[in-house]
Structure formats: C-alpha cells, structure tokens
Design a protein. Structure first.
Length: 251
C-alpha cells in the first residue's frame, strides 16, 4: 500500500511540473531564484516547488505613443503622435535586465520622440518625416538592444500645428503660387516678343509679306457686321495691278 501511494505521489509530482508554451511564447525558468534557461515552445517540465517560470510573448507588438506637445528648433509648439512596432528577441534579457520592458520601451520612445522633434525645424518635421522616423528608430533600437527588444518600425502619425501658423503657411503657399504664375506669364511674354521680333525682321525683308499680313488683319477685323473697314491700298499694289492690266491688253 505504501509503495502504491509513493507511485501515485510521484506521478502527481511529475504532472505538477508539466507546462505547455505556445509557438509564440517562451518560458524563462528560475531555480531557487537563479535563471537556468529558456523553455518552449511545446511541452516541457519544471521541478515543482523549486522552479518557477515567467512566460514572454515574442510576437510583434504595436504601441500608440500618446500625443506629445513639444517645441521645434525654431520655437514653434507642435503636437506629435506616433506608432511603435517592437518584439522580444531575447526573452531572458527582457525579464532579467529590465523590470517591465513594455513600459520601458514606451517611455524611452516618448522621450526620444520629444528630443528629436526639438532638434528639427518645423519645415523639416513636416517635409522630412521619413528621415525623422529613421533617426528615431535607430536611437530607440540602440537603447533597447540590451533589453533583448528589437524595434522594427516607428512612424509619426500626425503633426498638429497652431492655427496661426497654419494661416501663415497658407499665405506663404499662396504667395509662392502667385510668384510661379507671374514667372510663367513673364516667360510666355518673353517668348512671344522674341517670335514677334523674328517675324518683324522677316517682314522687313519682304514688304509684300508685310502688306499681306496687314490685309489679313483687316479681314479679321471686318468679320463683325457692325464694323466699317477702310482699306488703304499701297502704291506698290496699284503699280503691280496696272502692269498686269497692260500686259493683258497687249496679249
């Protein structure tokens, strides 16, 4: 009877030590307070009452960094929020080297975001957002490497600027568009003047071409029925007509 009880007790003891870790989990095992290894995924066994475990999720996590109000390098107050993606690559370090790695990564990312925005001017924050994301990623990833955490991606979601600054930027954009329109108009006028100059030089070499152009303009003016057009025929045209008439009479 005693042997049977021992066997049952041993079987129960073995069952109490059985654990199961999912594919995305790792178990950090401590024996009498000392780290002895990582277990999982799948079925594993720990010594009951002597060993304890702490399970870590190694999947990629997404964290929204709350909106931060900070001042840019050119003294403009902006509100910025971002999104952070990270995962645990060394479960033992994430448990042993930092008390709460999730909170630590969050606070570090928020602080780094504020510092980086403060090192850039407003135009850089608005136009070079990808560069700021890369800088922030490198800074946070380097700091969390000792914790066994890999920062995969950091993206600034939104940059909110004061209303007065928005109006000033709108006026600046309008001025730039007006400047561009004036430049285009001036270039068109310059090109037209060059073409007119070339045409005038060509007509100067051929008076007949000049007179034909003038008659064409008169015909365009005369399209309107309410317009009275007076045509002044130059002497060259009169002489040419008389010559043609005389030649026809002789023939």
């Amino acid at each position: 009877m005693s042997l049977y009880a021992i066997v049952i007790g041993l079987f129960v003891f073995l069952l109490l030590g059985l654990r199961i870790a999912q594919e995305y989990q790792r178990a950090i095992v401590f024996r009498l307070g000392r780290f002895v290894g990582t277990r999982g995924p799948g079925l594993y066994w720990i010594i009951p009452l002597i060993e304890r475990q702490q399970t870590i999720d190694i999947r990629t996590k997404t964290v929204d960094l709350e909106q931060q109000e900070t001042i840019t390098k050119d003294s403009v107050t902006v509100k910025v929020n971002a999104v952070l993606w990270f995962r645990v690559v060394d479960p033992a370090s994430a448990v042993i080297k930092v008390a709460n790695f999730n909170q630590a990564v969050y606070q570090l990312s928020v602080t780094a975001l504020r510092n980086i925005i403060g090192q850039h001017q407003l135009d850089d924050v608005l136009k070079n957002r990808q560069q700021i994301n890369s800088t922030l990623l490198g800074l946070v990833d380097a700091a969390t490497e000792a914790w066994g955490v890999k920062i995969e991606l950091v993206e600034i979601k939104d940059v909110e600027i004061p209303g007065s600054m928005q109006r000033a930027m709108a006026r600046e954009a309008e001025a730039i568009r007006e400047k561009r329109a004036r430049i285009i108009k001036a270039e068109a006028e310059l090109e037209a003047s060059i073409k007119l100059t070339q045409g005038a030089k060509q007509m100067e070499e051929s008076p007949i071409a000049l007179e034909l152009r003038r008659m064409q303009m008169l015909s365009e003016i005369g399209i309107d029925n309410n317009t009275t057009t007076i045509v002044m025929v130059p002497s060259e045209f009169t002489s040419a007509a008389k010559s043609l008439t005389q030649l026809a009479g002789k023939g």
